[in-house]
Design a protein around this ligand. Structure first.
Ligand SMILES: C[S@@+](CC[C@H](N)C(=O)[O-])C[C@H]1O[C@@H](n2cnc3c(N)ncnc32)[C@H](O)[C@@H]1O
Length: 347
């Protein structure tokens, strides 16, 4: 499959690249298991018996540091319970912010780190493009045909998109990866079972997508609960300390976010220096955005936007601008029809 590769703009490419030179070996395909993969394999038998049994293990480096932070004040959360970035440990733990005193616990199978977590009276509606994915039916259908439809717009498909993302993430292998807006976790599960990361956090706003992700985890043979966490959070209020995350993946999601600029600013805030952001989305075309995709008419989006609840599609120039204005450098992209995968790096 031919993809048009667009290199970073001259101003970025002239600055020293933080990416190491590309090596032919692709992550997840290497014949010998990398260390995190061996760790995953060692804990396999334990998960097969009971997904919520306590796994007493020294295997997970990520267990030593608490990456979760309060979504209200961004102070690191204090955990009471077993350490570790895996489903059983997180399910059995309570988290509390020492500054605002707000507590967070696991609901069903995921840890709810939204600002509204635990609220009894208040509720709010997000835009339709966010609310749509909270439906149980859409969550159920997502990996059963809905996502495969994206191929018609140029998306290469799960396996190839995963390998493309892995190539971008080579410089941050071994670190903590957050798959934001993970949906049913089609990529989170692959990142986790690749063994290339010390921990993978599958994060979404939709409770039903996270439940669906958990159902798939239970069905898969590899016990990804050894390094995979399920977290509910809003992309505009990421529950991580600043400069704490190595890699962030956002598959087919930007067009669904209420405020892409707030979201990319958050992503930039939580990435460590050298951390890598990789995202895919649909580029704006006359077919998916109507006349408002024409350059001269794009300012009209400000006027009709409030009554138009459909997805937010962008031009490549807008995406690059967004990354730059949020402080990300080394922008590069791959384009195939209206599919784009792009990447930026925290300096
Ligand atoms: C089209 S799905 C993408 C799923 C998956 N990443 C993929 O590559 O197919 C978009 C996801 O964005 C999530 N989403 C929408 N608004 C969000 C928000 N404010 N915060 C976090 N996730 C959000 C939805 O719940 C949905 O799961």
């Amino acid at each position: 499959m031919e993809l048009a590769v667009r290199a970073a703009a001259p101003s970025c490419s002239s600055s020293p690249s933080l990416h190491p030179p590309r090596v032919p070996c692709r992550l997840g395909r290497s014949p010998g298991l990398p260390l995190p993969a061996r760790r995953v394999a060692l804990a396999a038998a334990a998960f097969a018996l009971d997904p919520f049994q306590e796994i007493k293990t020294e295997l997970n480096d990520a267990s030593k540091t608490e990456v979760f932070a309060c979504p209200v004040c961004y102070e690191p959360l204090i955990r009471t319970g077993p350490p570790g970035m895996n489903l059983p440990a997180i399910y059995r733990s309570g988290f509390k912010c020492s500054k605002c005193n707000k507590s967070f616990t696991s609901k069903d199978v995921f840890l709810d780190l939204t600002v509204t977590s635990g609220m009894k009276e208040y509720s709010e509606l997000k835009p339709a493009r966010t609310e749509l994915f909270r439906s149980p039916l859409v969550s159920f259908l997502y990996e059963r045909g809905w996502r495969q439809n994206f191929n018609r717009s140029g998306f290469p498909g799960r396996d190839e998109e995963f390998q493309m993302a892995q190539d971008y993430f080579q410089s941050v292998a071994g670190g903590i990866l957050v798959d934001v807006s993970c949906g049913s976790g089609l990529f989170s599960r692959k990142f986790a079972s690749s063994g290339a990361y010390s921990a993978v956090i599958a994060l979404d706003f939709s409770e039903n997508m996270l439940r669906q992700c958990y159902d798939y985890i239970k069905q898969e043979e590899t016990p990804m609960n050894t390094n995979l966490a399920l977290v509910r959070a809003d992309i505009s209020r990421l529950p991580f300390a600043s400069c704490s995350i190595d890699a962030i993946h956002a598959g087919a999601a930007i067009h669904c976010w209420p405020s892409p600029s707030n979201a990319i600013a958050e992503i930039s805030r939580v990435l460590k220096p050298g951390g890598v952001f990789v995202a895919t989305t649909f580029l704006s075309t006359p077919t998916n955005s109507g006349p408002l995709s024409i350059d001269a008419l794009r300012p009209l989006r400000q006027i009709v936007g409030p009554v138009n609840s459909s997805y937010n599609f962008f031009t490549e120039g807008e995406l690059e601008d967004l990354c730059r204005s949020c402080g990300l450098i080394n922008y590069s992209s791959k384009v195939q029809r209206s599919f784009i995968m792009f990447s930026g790096q925290k300096p």
